[in-house]
Design a protein around this ligand. Structure first.
Ligand code: PLP
Length: 422
């Protein structure tokens, strides 16, 4: 309660802005995830790895726009690419060459993606990938996992699909549970044509899938004529070829999004040529795939420049290795807490959990200590750290050792503060 009232006192302009915004938008914004009680802070500007609020505070950005902000703010290479695009016109209504360039970069980087198509968001990419898999297999059921997130209408946290879940016939299976999942798959074997999985649950709390679990899904799908979709919207950053490359497991289709569009609206779905050719409009009976902004020039230009010049395959390893090292240091600090606390994740993505013991599924953290998690969020803000309310941290390229040290100091002071209360 103290932290919350200090927050309100420190952010009067954001409170006024939230009230004004609530007159025209439910909850005062258009992204549920950006609402947080008592009101969200309004941001006015960003540069490099820092964001500034309407109340004049500066924060180190450890949210990284839920992984879309990998390049940091106003990366000069991306700025140049977008400025050039701006001068050349931006709603042309035709194929543009940057579209091919981005597609080629993606196909080169992710070997399982022989052909690719673009969309405006990760949600849309999943919508098309799942719809295509259903149509190709002619089987109605789609397997998803507890704690999974594939976009707003594909949310499987908590007890299962929410009230606005997209109208697919979902089978909700237990994540990282080979026997439980296999039993469900076998029960519905004739009706299951699609399996969608995040190789590390991102929104669910940076919970990596175990290799054996993913291999079970691969083997079952192959044996039963189902299609396996890896949702790598977040995890594609974790190695040059995504987590599928780390595990050596090849999905039939992959969905992408976030940073691959250079920080602009983006989604993509791709996979085996034989499957993706169903979208070739020159073929009889081709699947329709539309979207006015699928090839918008800003996304195409920024995305291509980013993969070509900034987040090159050679940059991927060192960036994520720095993340692994940071997570281990943070986890060591958490180890000094006299209350349950740990950091999970892989590479440049991590999440704090107020929980002791293994974290293999959302059930492990469902009962983590909520007030501590809230206090952690407010404490981080007071120490100039911008991160997700749920405790997610995503690194961006401009973050350096000085910013890492600031985060470590903030976490250490949180531990000290709560130890004194305990
Ligand atoms: N899939 C995963 C794994 C995600 O984490 C997200 C977004 O956080 C999405 C899909 C949806 O992407 P978008 O927000 O671009 O619609």
């Amino acid at each position: 309660a103290d932290a919350s009232s200090r927050y309100t006192a420190a952010n009067p302009k954001s409170l006024a802005q939230h009230r004004a915004a609530s007159e025209v938008m439910p909850g005062g914004n258009t992204r549920s995830v950006l609402f947080s009680a008592p009101f969200p802070i309004t941001l006015t500007a960003a540069q490099g790895c820092r964001v500034t609020s309407l109340d004049g505070r500066c924060y180190v950005d450890f949210l990284g726009e839920y992984t879309a902000g990998l390049y940091g703010h106003s990366n000069p290479v991306l700025c140049q690419a977008v400025s050039k695009a701006l001068e050349g016109g931006w709603v042309m209504g035709g194929h543009i060459r940057a579209e091919e360039e981005l597609a080629r970069l993606i196909c080169e980087r992710f070997p399982s993606i022989e052909l690719v198509r673009f969309a405006n968001s990760g949600t849309e990419a999943n919508l098309y990938a799942i719809s295509a898999a259903k149509a190709i297999t002619a089987k109605p059921k789609v397997v998803v996992f507890e704690g999974g997130y594939h976009g707003g209408v594909f949310t499987f946290a908590g007890g299962g699909p929410g009230p606005l879940t997209a109208p697919f016939d979902f089978v909700l299976a237990p994540y990282n549970d080979i026997d439980g999942t296999r039993a469900l798959l076998d029960t519905h074997a004739d009706a299951i044509g699609t399996i969608v999985v995040e190789p590390m649950q991102g929104s669910g709390g940076c919970i990596p899938a175990e290799r054996g679990f993913l291999q079970t899904l691969r083997d079952w799908a192959s044996a039963h004529g189902a299609l396996l979709i890896f949702d790598e919207v977040m995890t594609s950053r974790l190695s040059p070829g995504g987590l599928q490359q780390v595990h050596g497991i090849t999905p039939d289709l992959t969905t992408l999004g976030k940073y691959i569009g250079g920080g602009f609206s983006f989604g993509a779905f791709g996979g085996r040529a034989e499957l993706m050719r169903r979208f070739d409009p020159s073929q009889p009976g081709a699947f329709g795939h539309a979207g006015t902004f699928n090839n918008n020039v800003f996304t195409m230009a920024a995305g291509a420049a980013g993969l070509r010049e900034v987040y090159t395959p050679a940059a991927v390893g060192p960036f994520n290795a720095r993340g692994d090292a940071l997570r281990k240091r943070l986890d060591a600090i958490a180890g000094g807490a006299r209350f349950p606390m740990q950091f999970t994740g892989l590479g440049s993505m991590m999440n704090v959990h107020m929980h002791r013991g293994p974290v293999r599924s959302i059930h492990d953290v469902a009962h983590s200590v909520q007030p501590l998690r809230e206090l952690f969020y407010f404490h981080m803000l007071e120490h100039g750290i911008w991160l997700a309310r749920r405790g997610m941290i995503n690194l961006s390229l401009p973050l350096g050792e000085a910013e890492f040290a600031q985060l470590e100091d903030a976490v250490a002071s949180f531990v000290e503060h709560c130890n004194a209360l305990a």
